[in-house]
Design a protein around this ligand. Structure first.
Ligand code: FES
Length: 107
């Protein structure tokens, strides 16, 4: 394995003042906490998976936003209802949840 972790989840918790560009803020913090709680239930994965808070990741209009490295899998519009599936399938199982994948707009 290259690097320390097989999968490293970064969750945007950036919070901007109201009235400007949107931000993941409280929604991102809730997703972060739920992913960390999910990982907490799988001690077999603690040495190979990490969940870390992050600043703005880019797709601010589509948050809460999560990116997983080294695969570079992006999730957007993540809800608490999605977290169990992300934990089971991707965080523990190593299989990205295709229906939640964020596709960057073509430039
Ligand atoms: S504020 Fe979360 S992606 Fe920009």
């Amino acid at each position: 394995m290259e690097g320390k972790f097989a999968r490293h989840f970064f969750v945007c918790v950036n919070e901007r003042p109201a009235g400007g560009k949107p931000s993941c803020g409280a929604g991102g913090r809730a997703i972060l906490a739920a992913l960390q709680a999910g990982l907490g239930k799988h001690p077999e994965s603690w040495s190979e998976v990490a969940v870390t808070e992050a600043g703005c990741l880019g797709p601010c209009f589509d948050g809460p936003t999560v990116v997983v490295y080294p695969e570079g899998v992006w999730y957007a519009n993540v809800t608490i209802a999605d977290v169990d599936e992300i934990v089971r399938e991707h965080l523990v199982g190593g299989r990205p949840v295709e229906r939640l994948r964020y596709r960057w707009p073509a430039t």
